[in-house]
Each structure stands twice: as structure tokens, then as C-alpha cells.
Write a protein that binds this ligand. Structure first.
Ligand code: FES
Ligand SMILES: [Fe+2]
Length: 403
């Protein structure tokens, strides 16, 4: 029988500092029944096209084998060298630089240099059979032009894994095949879960981020809500741009982030073209455990979270648009990249607070953080003044880690 579910409202700081926990996450969670981001389907359109990426530090290569998408751990079966060294390219076969072993695009070992030795000397034993060796393959699914991979061959398809509302939220920001328009990467000195919690935390956004609040891009008084899936760990937080009537809620809280007196000379970063025709100008969507899809005005992005040990996490920001973007829309997307990423007007503060939390986690023996805003459940709600989505993340996290 499984142990009782740990508390969802009090998270011990040791969860962010223990090597043993991280080692179990690598084994049980990241290589378990969860989906990971591998890349955009538009990046590998022809047979032999490949892209490389990582899942929690494990190198992965995704390739078009005929019309199929295949993904493998980017590791030679011989001595474990990387197979594909480039970020992208085109190949007829995988060929290892170390001792020249080759594989077809389905991951089968096809060639061993000097397999029979030279003039009867050396070489592999007679009973060595190449067909016994294949690259470690991942299960792949392409959904809305995004390639997902999992180490678990029996994992549920994306639609049932995420649930109807989350997949609708993904389709909303991926109505056409996405194309890459930019990429940045950022190293944050915190445990990966601190960053994930930050993405599930609708409570902080308009308080921490001065840019959001001052320019009314996101305030808790705006129409919006939180949608959390049944498993708990995937969610959507959204809001509509319409100017709210109740500005006084912020005045009376005397928040650091609220500066009525400021304006921008160039309002380009604030522009909002209602491209999805629903007035929603902000949608943060998490797909458990390591993927975030964001729409901030017209900035569309897939944030790939790459845990790098107990106290470091890398975020790769895959900014995307669509082939038929108008010039105005494409320039809005490019301009609004300034809002996010490592030095983003909004996102830089998330990196900073993550490091503040991590710094204290090491000296908080036995103490826990409090996640009680909005109650103790992880239900969807029309209010974003809640930490329900963070509790939902922990619910699903514990379900996986207890397996
Ligand atoms: S490690 Fe790849 S051929 Fe030896
Ligand atoms: Fe934030």
C-alpha cells in the first residue's frame, strides 16, 4: 500500500536541497510516464532531418525516419559517446565519431568498424550479433506541431494525459504549425521545482512583476481564472486585457509593483493584437512536469525546463510564430520577446526570486513553505488569488514519486 499523500499546503524546504530526492526524480519521475518537449515538427520536415535536445540532462536526438518521427537517447551503445553532435542537420545514418559504429534511422546497429578484425586477428567475438543492439528509443507523439517524447512506452496519449481543457488551451495557442522565430536560454540557481512552482503561482505575477502591474498587462482584478487538470500537475492561468474598473484593490494593498506615474515612450512592448479572437491576452499553461506554454500578449513561447542537479535549472525559451504571420504580428512577437527570457522586463524577476528561495532553503532545517492561499485543494477557480495550481503540481508529483 502507498504511504499517505504528503501535505499539499506545507512543503519542506528539504525538497529543494536533497541529492537523494533529485536522484529519485531522475529515475522515477523524468524517465517515468510523463511527456517531455523534444522540438517543433517544422524543424524536421524531410527524411533524415534531425534535431538534438535534452530531457533533464539526458541527450536525445529526434529524427525523421521516412515519414515517421523517431527519438532516441543520443548515446552510442558501444561506449556511450554522443552520436549526433550538432543541434540540427541531415543524415543518412547515425555514425559515432569514437569508433565509427553506425545505426540506421530506426536505431538499429548496422556497422561495427573492423568487426571481423584484420587478417583474422582481433575483431568482435563470433557470437556478437549486431541485431541484439539498438539505440534506446522513446515514445513519440506530435501534437499541434510540437514533438513530445516519453521514456515510458505505455504512457497515455497527450490528450488523455493532459485532459480536455489543457489540450484545448494548447490548441488555442497552436492553431497552426508553429515555426521557430527565436530561442534564448537561462541558467537559474535554484532547484527545478522552485521554477515550476513559480509558473503555477498565479498569486505572485501582478505583485512581483512591476511591468505587469504598472502597465496593466496582468492584474488580479482582470477577468480570468485558473484551470487545473484532474491529475493536478497541468494547469492554465489566463486573463483578459480589458481595463478593470476596480483599480483601488491595488492602491489599498500599497504594492511595490504598482506605479501609476510611469508610462512608456514606445508602447510597442504593450501592444496586443487579439489574434485568437477571445480577448485573452495572457495564458500560462503548464504540462506536467517540465513544459510551459506561454502567451503574453503576442509573445508565444514554449519554455523547456531542464533540471541541472539539485540547485540549478536551465530554461530554454522556444519562441514561435506561424508561417502566415503578418509583418505587424511578427514584429509584435519579436518586440515582446523583450518581456520574457533571461533579461525580460517581466521574467527576470522570476529568476531572482527563485534564487532567493533556494538560498534560504539550505538554512531552513525542518521548516516548510506555506501554500494555503485559496484553501487546501487543487480545483479550478475563476479567481487567480489562489495557490491551488501549486498544490496541484505537488499532488501529481507525489503520485509519481510514490510509485
Ligand atoms: S563509443 Fe561509439 S563507436 Fe565506440
Ligand atoms: Fe513570474
Amino acid at each position: 500500500m502507498k504511504d499517505a499523500l504528503p501535505s499539499l499546503t506545507e512543503i519542506p524546504y528539504s525538497a529543494y536541497t536533497e541529492q537523494e530526492t533529485f536522484d529519485r526524480e531522475m529515475e522515477t519521475l523524468f524517465q517515468g510516464p510523463v511527456w517531455h518537449f523534444l522540438g517543433l515538427a517544422s524543424s524536421i520536415q524531410k527524411a533524415g532531418d534531425f534535431i538534438t535536445n535534452e530531457i533533464a540532462g539526458i541527450p536525445v536526438v529526434t529524427v525523421r525516419s521516412g515519414v515517421e518521427y523517431k527519438a532516441f537517447v543520443n548515446r552510442c551503445v558501444h561506449r556511450g559517446s554522443l552520436l549526433c553532435l550538432e543541434q540540427k542537420g541531415k543524415i543518412d545514418q547515425f555514425s559515432c565519431v569514437y569508433h565509427g559504429w553506425t545505426y540506421d534511422l530506426n536505431g538499429n546497429l548496422t556497422g561495427v568498424a573492423f568487426e571481423r578484425g584484420i587478417k583474422g586477428n582481433g575483431g568482435m567475438p563470433k557470437d556478437f550479433n549486431k541485431s541484439d543492439y539498438t539505440l534506446r528509443e522513446l515514445k513519440v507523439e506530435v501534437f499541434c506541431g510540437v514533438i513530445f517524447g516519453s521514456f515510458d512506452k505505455k504512457i497515455a496519449p497527450i490528450e488523455s494525459y493532459a485532459g480536455l481543457e489543457i489540450t484545448q488551451g494548447m490548441s488555442r495557442v497552436l492553431p497552426k504549425t508553429p515555426i521557430l522565430i527565436g530561442r534564448t536560454s537561462q541558467l537559474i540557481h535554484s532547484n527545478w521545482k522552485v521554477y515550476v512552482e513559480n509558473n503555477h503561482d498565479s498569486y505572485h505575477a501582478s505583485i512581483l512583476h512591476s511591468f505587469f502591474t504598472t502597465f496593466k498587462l496582468n492584474r488580479l482584478t482582470q477577468a480570468g481564472g485558473i484551470v487545473i487538470n484532474e491529475a493536478g500537475g497541468s494547469h492554465i492561468s489566463f486573463s483578459k486585457r480589458k481595463q478593470e474598473t476596480d483599480d483601488h484593490a491595488y492602491d489599498s494593498e500599497k504594492l511595490r509593483s504598482n506605479h501609476e506615474e510611469f508610462g512608456l515612450k514606445d508602447p510597442g512592448a504593450l501592444a496586443f493584437i487579439d489574434e485568437f479572437d477571445d480577448q485573452i491576452s495572457l495564458q500560462i499553461l503548464t504540462l506536467f512536469p517540465l513544459i510551459v506554454f506561454h502567451q503574453i500578449s503576442n509573445s508565444l513561447c514554449i519554455r523547456q525546463i531542464i533540471p541541472r542537479g539539485v540547485k540549478q535549472v536551465e530554461i530554454v525559451w522556444w519562441y514561435y510564430g506561424f508561417e502566415d504571420d503578418t509583418d505587424t504580428l511578427r514584429s509584435a512577437r519579436l518586440m515582446q520577446i523583450n518581456l520574457v527570457g533571461p533579461a525580460g522586463y517581466i521574467s527576470m524577476e522570476d529568476g531572482a526570486v527563485g534564487e532567493f528561495v533556494q538560498r534560504n532553503a539550505y538554512y531552513s532545517e525542518g521548516a516548510s513553505g506555506i501554500i494555503k492561499m485559496g484553501g487546501d485543494d487543487y480545483k479550478s477557480s475563476p479567481s487567480r488569488v489562489t495557490e491551488a495550481a501549486i498544490r496541484g503540481f505537488w499532488k501529481q508529483y507525489h503520485d509519481h514519486m510514490r510509485c
